[in-house]
Design a binder for this molecule. Structure first.
Ligand SMILES: Cc1cc2nc3c(=O)[nH]c(=O)nc-3n(C[C@H](O)[C@H](O)[C@H](O)COP(=O)(O)OP(=O)(O)OC[C@H]3O[C@@H](n4cnc5c(N)ncnc54)[C@H](O)[C@@H]3O)c2cc1C
Length: 390
């Protein structure tokens, strides 16, 4: 096993670091404080570098970078605390379309995403169906050569910035629930779409989205009619990444910098054994999360879609992030309540921020309980916990 980056991969890492170092120093705090984990300035600068399409073949306008270079890019953005959720969501939709999309979608939508012209959001969850996403009630009904969509989605993150929502809708109520769903790519400026903000404890803005008589042509359909479940499984395989490992990297590096800086008593917190213990535990968890990420990268490099590996990595890294943030809050004591960036809060407020934010990483893209179920059934081969119901 060789964990060394090749020369080309190291060159790319240096290029990404230079790019990030040239961004205004306030970028990270500003993007987080906005609640929208997407910056158009960063997105445009990435577009100019061709990085939105970095992983794609040169024939498709990409740079043909290998999965390890892409992992490096993600790691450096995470280390710098620059969220790129808009791009990550859009790219997973592009990758899904590459596998299950029509010729027209591959020709028109993928280039629009890779050129930065189109930004995606995910419309799976509803007020009454999150974990049990197959119970979606938003309806799509055939109307001539198109469809009419009515319903409501919950937690449609990025919808207020995105051009489209990748929307799971019920097309057949008379078959077992996961067989009567179809996926659509719905423009968010279509008549009948309404977007309302939903603030979260972690400071992240998400949305409730409403669809009333929204008309889309049949060309907006992704995959077969009633085949939406299979489409979503492909998209979920791309989404279940150890994304929290990036947050953990950022948090541990900020916490180490804080622990090394002398406090008001003239002593750096690292002198306290409980601080060293918390940092050592978090650093170990970070290393495990990274290795799980490398395994997924290695599978991707072999054209294997990581399924249970994604669940393992997502579960571990998100819970490790929550554990680390909580243990740093413990050693901070009352100072851990100080919040905000540039306010004098410990670690410039990143520990307090991550303590609130880390919780959602154990919820979205499938909660920890759902990941445990998947691991028990598909990785360990244990009996199904629940039977599929109509
Ligand atoms: C900040 C944020 C952003 C999000 N962004 C998006 C997005 O962009 N697009 C999108 O479609 N969704 C998004 N989601 C929704 C997210 O995927 C759901 O919140 C999640 O799937 C859980 O669904 P729920 O909230 O309805 O909770 P529920 O499914 O009602 O679950 C409630 C509790 O019951 C547990 N539970 C449920 N079923 C089982 C089971 N079978 N076994 C054991 N325990 C179970 C859960 O683990 C949880 O603890 C986002 C959520 C958040 C918080």
């Amino acid at each position: 096993m060789d964990f060394e980056l090749s020369e080309a991969q190291q060159r790319f890492r240096a290029e990404v670091r230079d790019f990030l170092a040239a961004l205004p120093p306030s970028t990270s705090a500003a993007v987080h404080d906005s609640g929208t984990l997407h910056s158009w300035d960063v997105h445009r600068a990435m577009t100019e570098r061709g990085w939105l399409a970095a992983a794609w073949p040169v024939e498709q306008g990409g740079q043909g970078r290998d999965p390890f270079e892409m992992a490096t890019l993600n790691e450096e953005f995470a280390r710098a605390g620059i969220p790129i959720e808009g791009w990550l969501i859009s790219e997973l939709v592009a990758k899904t379309l590459q596998i299950v999309g029509t010729e027209q979608q591959r020709r028109e939508v993928i280039p629009a995403i890779l050129s930065g012209a189109a930004l995606m959001s995910l419309g799976y969850s509803e007020p009454d169906s999150g974990s049990d996403v197959a119970a979606a009630r938003t309806r799509a009904i055939r109307d001539g050569d198109g469809w009419v969509i009515d319903g409501q989605k919950m937690f449609t993150t990025m919808a207020h910035e995105a051009s489209h929502v990748f929307l799971l809708a019920r097309t057949n109520p008379d078959v077992p629930k996961h067989r009567g769903l179809t996926m659509f790519l719905v423009p968010l400026d279509a008549e009948g779409v309404e977007i309302r903000p939903v603030p979260t404890l972690g400071g992240e803005r998400t949305n409730a989205t409403f669809y009333e008589g929204v008309r889309v042509p049949d060309s907006a359909r992704v995959g077969e009619v009633d085949g939406g479940w299979d489409v979503m499984m492909v998209a979920l395989a791309f989404e279940r990444q150890p994304a929290a490992a990036g947050h953990l990297l950022h948090l541990v590096e900020r916490a180490v910098a804080w622990a090394r800086t002398p406090g008001a008593d003239g002593h750096p917190p690292i002198e306290r054994p409980e601080v060293r213990a918390a940092l050592a535990r978090a650093a170990t968890d970070l290393e495990v999360s990274r290795l799980m990420g490398y395994r997924m990268t290695w599978l991707t490099a072999r054209d294997v879609l990581p399924h249970t590996e994604g669940s393992l990595a997502k579960l571990f890294s998100s819970e490790a992030l929550m554990r680390a943030a909580a243990s740093f809050e413990d050693v901070l004591g009352a100072d851990g309540l100080l919040a905000g960036h540039g306010t004098g809060a410990p670690a410039d407020g990143w520990i307090e921020h991550e303590f609130r934010h880390s919780v959602v990483t154990t919820i979205y893209a499938g909660t920890s309980e759902i990941q445990r179920g998947i691991i028990a059934e598909r990785h360990l081969g244990l009996p199904r916990e629940r039977q599929a119901r109509a």
